[in-house]
Design a protein around this ligand. Sequence first.
Ligand SMILES: [Zn+2]
Length: 341
Amino acid sequence: MKAVRFHKHGSPDVLRYEDAPDPVMRPGWALVRVHACAMNHLDLWQRRGLDKVKIPLPHISGADVAGEVVDLYGPSSGSTGVRVMLQPGLSCGECAMCKAGLDNRCAKYDVLGYQSNGGYAEFVTVPAENLILLPKHIDFVTAAAFPLTFQTAWHMLVTLAGVKAGDTVLVLAAGSGVGQAAIQIAKHFGARVIATAGTEAKLAKALAAGAGDVIDHHKQDITAEVRRLTSNRGVDIVVEHVGIATFEKSVKSLAVGGRLVTCGATTGYDARLDLRLLFAKQLQILGSYMGTKQELVAASKLLFDGTFRPVIDREVPLAEAASAHRALESSETYGKVVLRP
Ligand SMILES: [Zn+2]
């Protein structure tokens, strides 16, 4: 099959569109023809190389896949010919965490395209339990743009931070995949959203997506603006993933009893935390990684009924994945970049 792989870590130049072996089938797994694969920041980390995680080489990235089931290796509950999107979380299914429905805490947890080969290819294999059937009216690009970011933002906001009507939620980097999902989820649960972005065009899109107020994080001080917009009270929840560049301002933006939930450190991980604020204001700092299969199924119902609409920045031919990586890396995108084989 054709795939985009890297044989060594480095700049987008290491990505090669080339022939690769067909993916390996295992009992209970499905072979899926990829029609669309959305990119995530995780793909950039994999390509650059990580301190603590060894990526198998040569590697095929890609966690967010929509396509068509073309083969099944029984026993499995699936059927061929059906249109699907894929659960990006791979777990053992047998440990105490998996059996408790907390599969993103499985000791063997992997994200599709992380330690395994993913969807930057014509075909990918996954356990049949990772297939989510698509209704006819959901196209492949929309479906591919949905799973990872909405699953992640749902776990952050709904499960960990307990968002509810009347809350004020600060969403950092509204144009990021998690940012655009978090705005929609917070709005759905009746929260007021304050979103940050770095350009006029992105601020306008954040307002159009449902943010009540926006902050230009290059020109304005996030904490000062949050104070002004909340009559000095602060926000109930901050959706963090930016890291060292914003973490202190995020903590200072919280109201008494506020929750900061973070799923990433795009600008660096070595952030500073003023413990006096943590205890005196009774704050909660919550770490989040992906989400559970059940959470994605719950969020998917709101994709299928039209409540959620993943924001698509652009579609790019798979062979041009390197240019798509450059675009995501330069922060010029708003929403998801989707590769088409
Ligand atoms: Zn497990």
